[in-house]
Design a protein around this ligand. Structure first.
Ligand code: AMP
Ligand code: MG
Length: 413
């Protein structure tokens, strides 16, 4: 008879979160293919080569203010200047500024050739054709060519996930298209005889399938192509055919449920036959049992079925893996920040615990309160929380007033 360990026994054989993450990363052997796309289509995607500035930004020396361009040396013993011309943004006036004269200039207009300062108009008063400078104290208000981005320099590094500012930056360089890694394709399915679709009515013992919906949201945030394989019964043949079918079309297959040692947990049996798969006991709570491996060319994650455990294992393990596979090189793991716990927290040593919690920001000082319901099936706690408190393996208990690490949800994607 085959010995099957319960996920609650044999704590020493557990993998740490970090080990599990690294094992997943090391399974990535090759890059995706690349494609050239218009910069809007590159939003939230990863560039596959460094971007080198083809021009200076700004391209020409120009004014940072609406005001008067003149020569600093003339200001030493004189405050009155004759206005000899006006230049607007996009224009250039090649008239030389002579002693005690100035050119009226708008923000963005090219600085006249021998001017070296722009006096903002709010520091001047008009006196006929002249201006008088009133106690001006600061700054030259000149933007130099290449001051923002210098021609020839690397402005965005390979492996960067392009954000809104990056799109603007590319546009400012006149770059219309960039090369990005192709989008990942991810399939997911739920396993369990008790699961029903949303338009069905529930018989005693049945529940609605919620995991496919939270997974949809989490995957959508990562900008991958999604293939929903629906609910699969707890039987060998159905799982076998769905896994095979999914693995043919996508880069990653994610299933939820059926990875513990319940009698109907066929995921293990199917995977033993069709793929190369590890069954891990993770030293984390919630989310102890987890499966990772490959079915042909597709990576496979078997997440625990409890809805909170599904989400937490996704954020801690699947999401960092997806980012790596997408070619991303920065911000792979969830951001951790400090906060002061408002409550005592009891915990046993030996595993990392993720507690659903709410943090508040009091002028930059974060305090955090753990929610009262922490069961791994209590999905409302994920919804009402705005962060996870992360208690490290060696932490035992926390007293109110002590510092803890949190992962704010807004920074999780
Ligand atoms: P399992 O991992 O299959 O043993 O499931 C553990 C618990 O999570 C059981 O109470 C299941 O009913 C529940 N569960 C499994 N899959 C889902 C799902 N897709 N949506 C909601 N609950 C689920
Ligand atoms: Mg099940």
């Amino acid at each position: 008879m085959r010995k099957i360990n319960s996920c609650l026994s044999d704590q020493d054989a557990s993998l740490t979160l970090n080990q599990a993450q690294e094992k997943c990363f090391s399974a990535i052997k090759k890059n995706l293919s690349a494609e050239k796309v218009a910069i809007r289509s590159a939003f939230n995607r990863v560039i596959m080569q460094d971007i080198i500035a083809p021009i200076n930004v700004p391209a020409h020396i120009n004014s940072a203010m609406d005001g008067y361009a003149l020569r600093k040396e003339d200001m030493l013993n004189n405050a009155s200047f004759a206005v000899i011309a006006t230049v607007y943004a996009g224009q250039y006036n090649d008239e030389k500024i002579k002693k005690n004269t100035c050119i009226r200039i708008m923000t963005g207009a090219v600085i006249p050739q021998n001017a070296d300062i722009v006096i903002p108009q709010e520091f001047t008063t008009k006196a006929g054709e002249k201006i008088i400078i009133d106690n001006y104290i600061g700054g030259d208000n000149i933007r130099f060519a290449g001051e923002d981005l210098a021609k020839g320099s690397v402005v965005l590094k390979k492996g960067r996930l392009l954000n809104a500012a990056d799109l603007g930056l590319l546009a400012s360089l006149g770059i219309a298209e960039v090369s990005v890694w192709r989008k990942l394709r991810v399939a997911f399915l739920s396993t369990g005889d008790e699961l029903r679709g949303l338009t069905e009515s529930l018989k005693k013992g049945e529940i609605y399938d919620s995991n496919r919906y939270s997974l949809f949201g989490m995957l959508h945030n990562l900008n991958v192509e999604i293939l929903d394989m629906g609910v699969v019964k707890d039987d060998y043949a159905s799982l076998n055919s769905t896994f095979m079918q999914a693995a043919q079309c996508v880069d990653i297959v994610i299933s939820t449920g059926g990875v513990s040692v319940g009698q109907a947990d066929f995921v293990k049996q199917v995977l033993d036959n069709i793929g190369t798969v590890d069954f891990w006991k993770l030293a984390i709570k919630p989310g102890r049992p987890l499966t990772f491996g490959k079915i042909n060319e597709a990576y496979f994650f078997g997440l625990p079925g409890n809805p909170v455990a599904t989400m937490i294992t996704f954020y801690q393990i699947v999401q960092p893996f997806i980012k790596k596979l997408m070619g991303q090189t920065q911000n792979i793991k969830p951001l951790l920040v400090n906060a002061t716990s408002e409550t005592d927290i009891f915990k046993s040593k030996g595993r990392v615990e993720f507690l659903r919690a709410r943090f508040s920001d009091n002028d930059g000082e974060l305090t955090v309160q753990k929610l009262s319901k922490q069961g791994s099936g209590v999905l409302s706690s994920m919804s009402y929380a705005n962060c996870l408190i992360v208690l490290s393996e060696n932490t035992e208990s926390v007293k109110a007033g002590e510092r803890v690490k949190i992962q704010p949800f807004y920074a999780l994607i």
